[in-house]
Design a protein around this ligand. Sequence first.
Ligand SMILES: Cc1ncc(C[n+]2csc(CCOP(=O)(O)OP(=O)(O)O)c2C)c(N)n1
Ligand SMILES: [Mg+2]
Length: 817
Amino acid sequence: MRPEWDIKTGSRTTGTVTTPEAHLRLSADEVIADYRLAFRSRVASVSGRREVLTGKAPFGIFGDGKEIANIALAKAFRPGDWRSGYYRDQTFMFATGLADLPRFFAQLYTNTDVEAEPFSGGRQMVSHFATRTLDQDGRWKRLVDAIQSAADLSPVGAHMPRLLGLAYASKLYRADPGLIDAAPGFSVNGDEVAFGTIGNAGTTEGLFWETMNAAGVLQVPMLVAVWDDGYGISVPNEYQTVKRSISAALAGFRREPGAPGFEIRTVRGWDYVGLCDAFLTVAAIVRREHVPALIHVTEMTQPQGHSTSGSHERYKSKERLAFETAGDPISRMREWMIREDLATAKELDGFEREDREAVESARVAAFEAYQRPIRAELERARALIERAQQEAPDVRLADAIAELADPLEVSRRVVHAAVSRAAYALRGRDGPAAAALEAFVTDYRHRNLRRYTAHLYSESPESPLAVAPIAPRYSDRSETVDGRIALLRCFDLNFARDRRLFVIGEDVGKLGDVNLVFEGLQAKYGELRFTDTGIREATILGQGIGCAMRGLRPIVDIQYLDYLLYALELASDDLATLQYRTAGGQKAPVIIRTKGHRLQGIWHTGSPMSVVLNALRGVHVVVPRNMVQAAGFYNTLFRGDNPAVLIEVLNGYRLKEPVPDNLGEFRLPLGMPETIRAGTDVTVVTYGALCRIALDAAEVLAGMGIEIEIVDVRTLNPFDLQGLIGESVKRTHALLVVDEDVPGGASAFVMREALETQGAFDLLEASPRTLTSTENRAPVGVDGDYFCKPNREQIVEAAYGLMRERWPDRFPDLRLG
Ligand SMILES: Cc1ncc(C[n+]2csc(CCOP(=O)(O)OP(=O)(O)O)c2C)c(N)n1
Ligand SMILES: [Mg+2]
C-alpha cells in the first residue's frame, strides 16, 4: 500500500490518521496527480516560449517556477471564492479547472473566439485570466457555485485595490443577510475568501501598500500570496524592498491579541507539503475569522527568465542561475516523491512522456483552431479577387492574389490589406465581381471592428443607455430648496429603494459629506451604507470595483475632482477596461461621485476633464449643471450597469433649485444635451458650472442685439448621440465651445465631435472658436478664478467676435486687447 501524507503533522501515515486540525490528507494518487499537473504546466510554459520565439505567437509570460505553490493555493479555494492575481498563475487555473491547455494555447495564439478563449476573447496576452461572470447578454450569472477569477491586468499591482473590494463584499454580505436576498447568487453568509497573488517586486508599488493597510483596517477575508523569486525582471530584492523581504517589512502588520492585523506566514516555494499546509491552514482562519493574511512564498524560481522579451542570462549571476535549476520546485518534488516511495522514477518517466504528448497535441489543436477560420477568410478573399481578375485582368489584382497564395503570415491584417488594395484597383469598375469584393471588404471591416473593439461599454439590457427616461414632474406643491437638500433627498430615496447601494469615501459617514449632502443618512442607514474611509482614493475605488464585481452597487466618493487623479491609474486600467478586456465577460458598475469645476485654489478648482475623458473611455462621464440634474442622472446610473463618473458643481450646493415631485424616480437620458437658452446668432456649447455664467453673458449680449443659443452637453461621454449641437449650428451658423479645462483639453474633444462627427464644419459662417481656462491652475480667491477661468466678459467678447467676423459693419471693433 502506498503511504499517505498528513499535511498537518508532515508525517507519513498508512492512510488512517486524520486529526480535526488536519485539513488535507494526501494520498499518493493525489500527490502524483498534482505532480503531473505541475509538469504539464511546465511543459506548456516551455512550449509557449518556443512558439513566441519562432514567431507563431506574439508574446509569452508564463508560470514556470511557481507551479507547486499554485497547486497548494488551489487546494484552499472553495466555490464562490475569488482570485485577483497576476500572470504567474496558469497552474492554479489548471488546478481549479478555470483554464486548461486548449484555452491556455488559444490565448497564446490570440484566438478571438470566446468559446475557445473565454478569458479575454483574444484581447489579452497569455496568462491573463478571467472567469466569465456574465452570460451572453451581459447579465450576471450565479457566481457563488464556482470559483471566480477577476480579470488579470498587466500593470504590476493594479489588481490589488479591487482585491480589497472582492474581500470587502464578503464582509458586507456577512453583516447584512438581507443583502443576500437583494443580490442573490453572489454569497453564502459572506464566507467567500478573496485570494490575491503578486510578485515580490510588485509589492513595491504604492497600490500594494495602500491595499494592505486598508485590509488591515477593515479586517476583510483577503489572503495575499507573494510569489518571491527574488527579482522584478532584472532588478533584485535589495533594490525593491526594505530588509529585502516583504514579510519582514510587514512584520508590524502582524496581528496580536487586542490589536487586529494580518495573519502572516512564510513558506518555501518548493516545499509541497509546507505550501499545502500553509494555504489550507491560513485560508481556514481567514474564512472563519475574516482576518486578512499574507503568505510570503520564498525561494521561488524563474526557470525561463521573466518573459519572452529577454534572457535572464544577461543579468543573473552564475550562482543565481545555478539556483534556478537546483531550486526548481518540480525537480525537488520529484526527488521527494521518489525518496518517500510515492512513485518510482520509472513511473514518473512514463507519466512525463504522456504529459509531454498531451501538451503538444493540445498545442497543435489550438493553433489549428486559431488558424482555420482565418484561412477560410483568406481563401474567400482570394477567390473574390481571382473572380475580378478573370473578369478583367489587372497586374495589381495579380499581386494581391500572389500575396494571398503564399502569405508570410495567416492573419486578418494580411487578408484585409490584400482585399483593400484589390478594391482600390477596382475603383470605378462596374460588374458583379467588383461589387462582391467591395461587399466583402465592407463586411470584413465591420466584423473585425466589432471583433476587436466591442464591449468597451455595456451592451446588456441593463445598460444605462437602455434605462427609459422619465421627465421631472413639477406641480404647485413643488418646493424650492438648496441644491444639497435636493441631492440628499435623491440619495435617501434611492437608498430606501435599493439595499445594494452604499457610499464609501472620506467624510461621507459621520459628518455626512463635507458639503453635508449625506447629512443624517448614516444614522438612518447604518455605518456599512455610508462609510467613512481613510484617505486612500485608489483603494476606495478598488473597494468599489471589487464589490461591484460581486453584485453590489457601490458609490465611490472622491472628495474633489482634483483628487480623482489619485485613483486615476486604477480607474483607467481596471475599471474602464474591464468589460472590454474580458470581451463582455465581466462588469463592475461603479458610480464615482465627485465635485469640481469651481471653488478655491489650485487643488479645489481643477477641471481636468480631458484627462478624465481620455483616460476613462469605457466609463460614462456626466457633468450636470446643478443638483436636480445630478439627481436625474444618478437615478439613471443607479439603474444601469456601466461604470460612470459624475462631477457635481462644487459651488452649487447652496443655490436654490425647484425640486421635481418625482425626485427619486425621474431619469435623465445619457448622451442628450439640453438647450437651456434658445437663440439665433451663435451656438454656445458648454456644461457644468459654466452654464450659469453663459446664461449671464447671454443677458449682456442680448443688450448688444445678439441672441446666443446655449447648449448644455450634460454628458461628455456618451456625447450628444442625436446631434443636437449640429442642429443648433444649422440655425446659428456659428459655434463657440466654452470649457473650464486647459486650452486644447475637453474643448478640443467637443469641437471634434461637433465639426467631424456631426459635420458642423460645413454649416459655419465664422471660424469655430473655443474659450477655455488659461494653462495654469486657477489661484485661490475670486480674482484668480475670474481671470483664469472663462468669465462672463470673455464669453460676451468671444460671441461678439463671431458676430463681427460675419458682419463687421454691424458689430464695430470693441478695440479691447
Ligand atoms: C506598473 C508597471 N510597471 C512596470 C511594468 C513592467 N513589468 C512587467 S513585469 C515586471 C516585474 C515584476 O516582477 P514581480 O512582481 O516580482 O513578478 P515576477 O515577474 O517576478 O513574477 C515589470 C517591471 C508593469 N507591468 N507594470
Ligand atoms: Mg519576482
